[in-house]
Design a protein around this ligand. Structure first.
Ligand code: CDP
Length: 777
């Protein structure tokens, strides 16, 4: 392909015109499919590729031993653990990559995959994380020198002594063991890439489904730098992405194998996962076993919380967390309540399951933490016989007490929790509902009201605390305004459907006073966009959104200097109204932003740099702390245990709202991804490590059919440290919805003797629990 044609082709992928990785077609492109292990733990005795290689069109079969020759068979994970690209001798989970088949088209590659014969010697896997800690458990990571057990790390935060002493002396304590199950990040598009290595130029172009193109380029350079693929020789292009939700942050073996094969053959290699591979082998989310406790007075003052976590990481710690936060931001589990002491600890273990622990629409383990605090708050209310809304109102941090220092070390920036819950209660008619509930109970009907009043923590991060593999977590915006006043703005983040093209354009347009239609937004090409850490964990608005405002303000400062020069007044004499500078007291004397931009290229003051462009790398002084008050009402069939969500009201507070329609869309989608783990989704493994629901026939991802009519609203408490007062919002609903739903279901059956229900709460699970307490004779 000629250079200019190639540029045009590349440009196609960064203009938001519905182009996906699978649309990339390059001359001489070969296709890759992957042979996967049927066993969770086995020795590879032999790989016989002869039959596959007899198939016309099959070019090569690549194994771990082939990659070992180039030292490309292992790679680092984002948490500084190690992960196999392809195994040389042992497979560690069902569906792990075993070999790659390269062929002229994807159908032949699939035939080749079926023809590869692998001889395994099965071993007894460790599936249960509690078993993994047993003294006689086999040491799974025997590849690590000196490793004598399956323990990965221990983490703790808070004041243990103070917390223990409060618990020892408290009137009331509640304690609940709960599992936040392993779930799947079910984005519409699976993962995939086209790795195109050009031997003549020693240059790799990597089209891939990544949420973090710059960080991935750095990781590729770290993994493959020793064979000559250094960072300036790599271009990552992340075109339109059909959903990410955290699952497209990690570097999967498929990407690395495609690069290695392209590097060795010089041919572009396309790899697109199928739906089952995506479900069975890609990074999982959650899988935290939590013991949550709360202590307080019998009058209802919360005094302390204590959480203990066992984290199942699968065979390697490939979580997508900031480096210094092995449990992500789990310590936000102190919630929205004003109390003085908390202690949290976590231990992580290896098992024979796929690795991951991604921040699935969640700011790194916040979903798990919020579930624990909101469940245990309800249990505490039940224990002392107080209404759960009343208990929350009495214990909320007051709006005048912000910034508020949490007992686990956060400084919450702002919030008005009382206003949020009041608005949600008014919307549902809370007190009337409680009266209705009493009546329905007398008639033998089951109706429950569940509340979740959560505090979120998003926008990593202040770079003094947050990094990924040592790279500080700032984010960036670069704005160029052309002489005619039309702008192009590029960012280090990467939208996967969140609408950055609209909201970033709004920020730039508002700050500069130009129409938003005149602002073209680009993300996802490392050759053109400024370096940034990418889009996940609702960090785009708090970081890159802020960078957009800051870069635009630099340009406005420049425009002011030019205006002063052109109108022959001092800068102090000028005033700004969106779109123009005018002279104070003489509004007829003004210059529009378009005139000022044109002058920056044609008639700028002597000594001033020509042009009208600015870049800003924004390092937030703090995270932002969005919050929400959610109320769910359920009706349960007392015979069949069918659970119907009658109403769900979500009041979110994400500070200043840039685009209400986009925020509403984010909340709707997020709520559906919140009902998912509460009522439907869980990846289930048997004792041998076989996944029992490895297709969408068995793993129910809720759609509009399962979703109730989400009723949304908001309160606005601007973030005091963000340039436009905005906080992130994308993940709030996914984080806040599950405990509201489960609290409602438990509330509906509490009078029958049920104290807690594990998620997902299916009708069958509920039936069994109700039977156990004697509801069904
Ligand atoms: O990082 P990610 O884009 O997933 O999450 P976000 O920062 O919460 O933003 C999601 C979408 O909502 C973006 O298009 C934001 O610009 C928009 N948003 C908004 O309009 N107002 C806010 N206060 C927060 C986000």
């Amino acid at each position: 392909m000629g250079h200019s044609k190639k540029r045009k082709e590349d440009a196609r992928f960064i203009q938001g015109k519905g182009n996906y990785v699978d649309d990339v077609k390059l001359p001489g492109m070969l296709h890759m499919d992957i042979v996967r292990s049927p066993y969770a733990y086995a020795k590879i005795k032999n790989i016989d590729a002869s039959k596959a290689l007899e198939i016309p069109g099959v070019i090569a079969v690549v194994t771990g031993k082939d990659l070992e020759k180039y030292n490309l068979h292992w790679m680092p994970t984002l948490m500084s653990d190690t992960q196999m690209v392809l195994p040389t001798d042992t497979v560690m989970y069902q569906s792990q990559e075993v070999a790659a088949v390269i062929a002229t088209d994807r159908y032949t590659a699939r035939d080749g995959k079926e023809a590869v014969m692998v001889e395994y010697e099965q071993m007894t896997p460790v599936i249960d994380p509690f078993d993994s800690l047993a003294p006689d458990a086999p040491v799974l990571r025997s590849d690590k020198e000196g490793k004598t057990d399956n323990h990965i790390w221990h983490w703790e935060v808070g004041d243990k002594e103070k917390t223990d002493s409060i618990f020892d002396n408290a009137d009331v304590t509640v304690k609940q063991q709960m599992h936040i199950p392993r779930i799947h990040v079910a984005s519409i598009e699976t993962c995939g890439c086209v790795a195109a290595y050009n031997k003549v130029e020693n240059h790799l172009t990597m089209y891939m489904t990544t949420q973090a193109p710059h960080a991935i380029r750095t990781v590729i350079a770290l993994v493959a730098g020793h064979v000559g693929l250094t960072e300036e020789k790599i271009r990552v292009i992340s075109p339109d992405i059909g959903g990410g939700f955290g699952g497209k942050v990690p570097v999967y073996p498929g990407y690395v194998i495609a690069i290695a094969v392209s590097f060795l053959t010089g041919a572009p290699i396309k790899w697109i996962e199928d739906r089952s591979e995506n479900l069975q082998a890609d990074s999982f989310a959650r899988d935290y076993h939590i013991t949550a406790e709360m202590a307080g007075t019998k009058e209802g003052k919360i005094l302390a919380t204590r959480f203990k976590v066992l984290a199942d990481h699968g065979y390697t710690d490939a979580s997508a967390n900031p480096s210094k936060f092995p449990t992500g931001l789990f310590s936000i589990g102190t919630g929205s309540y004003d109390y003085g002491a908390a202690y949290m600890e976590a231990d992580a273990v290896y098992t024979n399951k796929p690795p991951g622990g991604v921040a699935y629409r969640c700011s790194f383990r916040v979903t798990e933490a919020v579930h624990a605090i909101e469940r245990v708050t309800d249990m505490f209310a039940k224990q002392i016989g107080k209404d759960p809304a009343q208990l929350r109102m009495e214990n909320f941090i007051k709006k005048e007490d912000f910034p508020w220092s949490s007992p686990t070390g956060w400084s919450y920036d702002s919030g008005d929790y009382h206003a949020g819950l009041q608005k949600a209660m008014d919307a549902v008619g809370y007190h009337e509902l409680r009266e209705e509930q009493k009546r329905l109970r007398e008639e033998g009907k089951l109706m429950g009201i569940g509340i979740s009043t959560f505090t979120e923590v998003v926008g990593a991060g202040p770079s003094k605390d947050f990094d990924i593999l040592g790279v500080k977590m700032f984010d960036s915006a670069e704005i160029r305004v052309h002489p005619t006043g039309k702008a192009i703005a590029r960012f280090g983040t990467k939208s996967q459907g969140q609408g950055h093209e609209t909201t970033y354009a709004q920020i730039v347009a508002e700050e500069l006073g130009i129409p938003m239609e005149h602002v073209q937004i680009e993300e996802g090409d490392t050759d053109t966009a400024p370096y940034g850490l990418g889009t996940y964990a609702s960090r785009s608005t708090p970081t890159a959104g802020a960078a957009a405002a800051m870069a635009a303000r630099k340009l406005r400062d420049k425009a002011k200097k030019i205006a002063a020069y052109l109108m022959e007044v001092s800068e102090e004499d000028l005033e700004w109204e969106p779109g123009k500078f005018f002279v104070k007291g003489a509004p007829e004397k003004s210059k529009t932003i378009q005139e000022l931009v044109f002058a920056a290229y044609t008639n700028h003051p002597e000594g001033m740099e020509a042009g009208f462009e600015a870049t800003h790398y924004y390092d937030p002084p703090n995270l932002t702390f969005p919050s929400g008050a959610y109320i769910c009402i359920v009706d349960i069939d007392p015979e069949t245990c069918d659970i119907k969500v009658r109403r769900f009201v979500a009041i979110d507070d994400c500070g200043h709202i840039i685009n209400p329609m986009i925020v509403q869309g984010q909340v709707h989608g997020g709520l559906t991804q919140g009902i998912a783990p509460a009522m439907y989704e869980e990846l289930i493994y048997d004792k041998s490590g076989n996944i029992l629901n490895g297709t969408f026939m068995d793993y129910l991802v809720p759609t509009a059919v399962e979703s109730p009519n989400w009723e949304t609203g908001h309160t606005i408490t601007p973030s005091p440290h963000h340039p436009i007062g905005a906080k992130g919002v994308g993940e709030s609903p996914t984080v806040g919805a599950p405990p509201a739903i489960v609290n409602a279901i438990v509330d509906a059956v509490a009078h029958l003797g049920i104290k807690h229900l594990e998620i997902p709460v299916t009708p069958f699970k509920l039936y069994k629990e109700l039977k156990a307490v004697g509801h069904f004779k």
